[in-house]
Ligand binder design. Structure first.
Ligand code: SF4
Length: 115
């Protein structure tokens, strides 16, 4: 079979393009599997309060913050005051006090998202 220059060039470019698409597909699938789920949060501790001031810890206590919600329907991740984790961070935050917050935690100020 005789290939002309254009045909060889086309095959080479097609191979590169296909390789690029497959490479991107692999990259995207790797990224999507790195997304966080509630289980990921559950496994990692958001209870390191070493960088949190005493006054902020007092607020946390005042609102009866608990790291594991006693009512599974009232968790921090479903609270209007929850601040989702920033990229490359594990723990979320709360608008009421500073420091890490568990997505599955809760407190007496829990407020539904749609209210
Ligand atoms: S207000 Fe309470 S339930 Fe809501 S995010 Fe803050 S700590 Fe969690």
């Amino acid at each position: 079979m005789k290939f002309t220059y254009k045909r060889r060039q086309f095959i080479r470019q097609s191979t590169y393009t296909l390789g690029s698409i497959l490479g991107l597909e692999f990259l995207f699938s790797a990224c999507s599997s790195a997304e966080k789920s509630s289980d990921d949060y559950q496994l990692k501790s958001c209870q390191d309060y070493s960088q949190v001031s005493e006054s902020e810890l007092a607020k946390r206590k005042q609102f009866a913050y608990e790291t594991q919600a006693s009512d599974p329907l009232k968790t921090c991740k479903d609270c209007k005051l929850f601040l989702p984790a920033m990229p490359n961070e594990t723990c979320g935050g709360c608008s009421l006090f500073k420091g890490p917050v568990e997505v599955l935690g809760s407190c007496t100020y829990w407020a539904p998202l749609e209210a």
